[in-house]
Design a protein around this ligand. Structure first.
Ligand code: ADP
Ligand code: ADP
Length: 235
């Protein structure tokens, strides 16, 4: 589904966030990138849709021959929903309007100014229904709780009708009980729709509970890669 070959990232200023890394993501599964803050999870995740441009190596996505042309990259990003730690919703917009932005892509500012069609609205409302927030469609997201805001973030990704969702610390800003519920929801909606999920997490318990596969990262390197049920608690 996604293949990274010899991908590394050194940011301006010389921090090597990610050493040379090979990783294939299989379609239809839940892969968790697990590691402490600073391990390189976010960098690795963002390389998968070139929100971070690798310093070396290449990224391939199936169905898209190369991510090197603008057209192919746009096609790949259209198939890829993003969920962010701080959800990146527009606070003074309603939940529905935020989810509609998933229909036009966060990359297309000009398109987002045009009116939305009925079909887009139906898909957005369905997405809100999937996360249990249909009754909040017309509520401004700055009036919603943190957990609800993140569910709107998930609905926005779903409204894109993606093949793949990349979730960067999707529950790190939530209290533990809410984090557990939101992670459970994210995994369930992806599984129900056959969406491949790659999520970065720093909580071992959540990773063990929800991942099919855990990729452990430390200091910009993969230090573990295997099924969640074989992880040793001391690793
Ligand atoms: P997170 O909570 O995801 O770990 P951070 O607080 O580490 O976020 O970083 C927030 C933002 O700042 C990210 O977009 C990250 O790419 C950027 N960032 C992190 N570390 C640095 C740094 N040393 N120099 C510049 N930008 C950084
Ligand atoms: P994680 O997601 O595991 O917290 P990151 O990929 O955010 O790790 O960060 C890995 C390393 O790269 C950290 O040392 C971080 O400070 C650094 N870093 C992240 N983003 C940037 C950036 N935009 N500029 C400079 N350094 C960064």
């Amino acid at each position: 589904m996604i293949e990274l070959v010899d991908v590394s990232k050194t940011y301006k200023g010389g921090v090597q966030a990610l050493g040379p890394t090979d990783l294939s993501i299989e379609a239809g599964r839940v892969t968790v990138l697990l590691g402490p803050s600073g391990a390189g999870k976010s960098t690795l995740l963002r390389c998968m849709n070139l929100l971070v441009k690798p310093s070396t190596g290449g990224v391939r996505a199936d169905g898209v021959p190369s991510l090197e042309t603008r057209g192919d990259l746009r096609r790949h990003r259209r198939r890829t929903g993003m969920v962010f730690q701080h959800h990146q919703l527009i606070p003074r917009y309603t939940a529905l309007r935020n989810v509609l932005l998933g229909r036009v892509g966060y990359y297309s500012f000009w398109r987002s100014l045009l009116p939305f069609g009925r079909a887009d609205e139906r898909i957005a409302l369905e997405a809100l229904d999937r996360v249990g927030l249909l009754d909040k469609a017309l509520t401004r997201v700055d009036n919603l709780s943190g957990g609800m805001q993140q569910r709107v973030g998930i609905a926005r990704a779903l409204a894109q009708q993606p093949d793949l969702i990349l979730a960067d610390e999707p529950v790190a800003s939530l209290d533990p009980a809410t984090a557990r519920r939101v992670m459970e929801l994210l995994r369930r909606v992806c599984q129900e729709s056959g969406i491949t999920l790659v999520a970065s997490l720093h909580q071992v318990d959540l990773a063990l509970e929800h991942a099919d596969r855990i990729v452990g990262l430390a200091h910009g390197r993969i230090v573990y890669d295997g099924p969640a049920d074989e992880v040793d608690d001391d690793d």
